[in-house]
Design a protein around this ligand. Structure first.
Ligand code: ADP
Ligand code: ZN
Length: 519
């Protein structure tokens, strides 16, 4: 059987050998076993169900939530001579009918189908009359309610096992922390399935996080290091995408925007340019990327804070699929965090979900502020041990300086307290630095004991102090008042001077080509 698998791998797919756990997965599923496959983006998941479908009798049925991806995959398979088709809402009635007939006539090796289509009575009864080689459930994390891609229809996929207990099932995902893994297994009835967990490490990706001062300016500096290379810049909202893309074009870069609010034709054209031309930078919301298989993406930049570590890892995973050096750059500031928290808290979601989302945001914040190896922190999140010291993240390459911030933290916390716990970081810093702004005078804050006690630190340093105090949980954001900071119980020992505090030093912005060129 192995020989047949290897033979097909070479003859049909043109790959000399299996990669990582592919061989074991293919053999297991081809022999009729169920499998849960966790493999990072670019790891080669598709082969894990495509090959067993060819090895087994009948048609492999692939559930996929992404219509665009389905079409691409089917197109690619057909070029390899594999008899593949898809069924989704984009098909006209005649084509759909022909496809169904082909399934019944055993003329197909692989059929991709959208979950809502699969679950119709019509389709299920069609499968009753057909010969099914296996069921593959792609993007299996869509079954998780707490994930960012929740698809309610995925919950009903247990029908496959109930109705066809003898047909092997293989669920695949690139994004699942420990609890999500369990949820996938549970929800899809795959607790007994054999698990294949690949290392999620992407050693060729260099991770870097910088505190935000002027995001667009910092992004331009970063892009200077990647002139002529293809990359993706993720921004928080559609408006922001437009704004950042315009700034990049203005700066002479070959940049195009991409978000769900654009008309379909422009969006498709921009995506095509990114895929086909060299050195195009796509500025996008997270709507961009699922199913984009461009091997030579040299960087993924986040100019705004993403929503979770999982999302972040998936997005950065689009860099360096060809194994060549690539960079993941993230720029974040307190304002990002305040904005995201506000969005979550004021959203429509049920309380339980909001709590989970806030926790996810906190986990991401922890990643941003860590002084330890970033790769270790990321892999730890996916339950994978790593010794640290990867030598390919900012913290390993340039160990961060820390300083004794006990006094500064006391001043900052005390200023929050004296001003009544109802002001944002900008005003707090004005008070500390003794700026007589209109707002300071309006509230009589120049009379406070904390007025002007912080002239020893500059604006950037104070921002760093406040950001880290929030990340450490000594301050939290008041959701009733936009951006206002409040003390938490954990702040008391620091305020009383009982707990010394070391914080990460804010690095001065490194000089870049842009500076040297006199811009
Ligand atoms: P995933 O779905 O895990 O993101 P894909 O299945 O799209 O990954 O595969 C990623 C890339 O790796 C594709 O270009 C694919 O052709 C290639 N690939 C997969 N398996 C092998 C292999 N055994 N040898 C060489 N290339 C492979
Ligand atoms: Zn490291």
């Amino acid at each position: 059987m192995t020989d047949r698998a290897l033979d097909l791998l070479r003859r049909v797919f043109g790959h000399p050998d299996f990669r990582g756990p592919q061989r074991a997965i293919v053999e297991h599923v081809a022999a009729g076993g169920d499998a849960l496959v966790l493999m990072p983006t670019g790891g080669g998941k598709s082969l894990c169900y495509q090959l067993p479908a060819l090895l087994r009798d009948g048609c492999g049925v692939v559930v996929s939530p992404l219509i665009a991806l389905m079409q691409d995959q089917v197109e690619a398979l057909r070029q390899l001579g594999v008899r593949a088709a898809f069924l989704n809402s984009t098909l006209d009635a005649q084509t759909a009918f022909d496809t169904e007939r082909a399934v019944l006539a055993s003329e197909l090796d692989l059929l991709y189908v959208a979950p809502e289509r699969l679950l119709t009575a019509r389709f299920l009864s069609l499968l009753d009359r057909a010969r099914v080689a296996l069921f593959a459930i792609d993007e299996a994390h869509c079954v998780s309610q707490w994930g960012h891609d929740f698809r309610p229809e995925y919950r009903q996929l247990t029908v496959l096992h109930e109705r066809w207990p003898d047909v092997p099932r293989i669920a695949l995902t690139a994004t699942a922390d420990g609890p999500t893994r369990e949820e996938i297994a549970e929800r899809l009835g795959l607790t007994e399935a054999r698990r294949f967990v690949s290392s999620f490490d992407r050693p060729n990706i260099r991770y870097r996080v910088v505190p935000k001062h002027n995001g667009v300016r910092q992004l331009l500096d970063f892009l200077d290091e990647h002139r002529g290379e293809s990359g993706i810049v993720y921004a928080f909202s559609r408006r922001r995408v437009e704004e950042v893309a315009a700034a990049l074009v203005e700066a002479g870069l070959d940049a195009v925007p991409y978000h769900a609010g654009m008309d379909a034709a422009t969006r498709a054209a921009n995506q095509r340019r990114f895929l086909q031309d060299d050195g195009v930078v796509v500025v996008a919301t997270i709507a961009f990327g699922m199913g984009i298989d461009k091997p030579d993406v040299r960087f993924v930049a986040h100019i705004d804070l993403p929503k979770s570590v999982e999302g972040y890892y998936q997005e950065t995973g689009r860099a360096g699929r060809d194994g060549g050096p690539a960079e993941a750059w993230l720029c974040f500031g307190l304002g990002d965090m305040v904005g995201l928290r506000q969005l979550i808290v004021q959203g429509e979601a049920p309380e339980e979900r909001k709590r989970v989302e806030l926790q996810k945001l906190d986990a991401l914040l922890g990643y941003c502020e860590t002084t330890a190896c970033r790769r270790q922190a990321l892999l730890h999140f996916f339950g994978e041990p790593h010794p640290g010291g990867c030598g390919n993240c900012d913290n390993c390459l340039e160990p961060p300086q820390t300083w004794d911030a006990t006094e500064a933290a006391r001043k900052a916390l005390s200023c929050v307290y004296r001003t009544g716990q109802r002001f944002g970081v900008g005003h707090l810093i004005d008070v500390l630095r003794g700026e007589r702004t209109g707002k300071v005078q309006q509230f009589g804050h120049e009379a406070l004991s904390t007025f002007g006690i912080g002239t020893d630190l500059d604006l950037r340093q104070w921002r760093g102090v406040f950001r880290q105090l929030v990340a450490l949980g000594l301050l939290d954001v008041d959701h009733e008042r936009y951006g206002a900071l409040r003390l938490t119980a954990a702040a008391a020992p620091v305020l009383r001077g009982e707990r010394p505090l070391r914080l990460r030093a804010e690095l001065r912005r490194p000089r870049t080509r842009r500076d040297r060129a006199g811009h």
